[in-house]
Ligand binder design. Structure first.
Ligand code: FES
Length: 101
């Protein structure tokens, strides 16, 4: 059963941006897409680049190392959806972003 961890307050992740948090020993990138929060493993499945530092366009993030792009909502790699980065459930409670691991 996943457990929810509080990572930040909603105002700490501005719209159209991401922040990276250590959660239960993992690096998790939290994205704010027009007020909807999503969480991905921060580690790019290609060579380990930091997806939370990637370029965000629409609902995609492009890895800053070699430009692989992923759907922020599903984690799917744009050119091969079966190669996905792990996603995590997010909920907002009392203005806090909580991520389930
Ligand atoms: S490490 Fe992310 S595209 Fe290469």
């Amino acid at each position: 059963m996943p457990e929810f961890f509080t990572v930040a307050r909603v105002e700490e992740v501005p719209e159209g941006q991401a922040r990276v948090y250590q959660v239960a020993g993992r690096e998790i990138a939290v994205f704010n897409l027009r007020g909807d929060f999503h969480a991905l493993d921060n580690i790019c499945p290609h060579r380990g680049g930091p997806l939370g530092e990637g370029f965000i366009s629409g609902s995609e993030v492009t890895c800053p190392w070699h430009a692989w792009s992923f759907d922020i909502k599903t984690g799917a790699y744009t050119f091969d959806p079966e190669l996905a980065v792990q996603t995590f459930e997010v909920r907002i409670q009392n203005g806090e972003i909580q991520v389930a691991l």
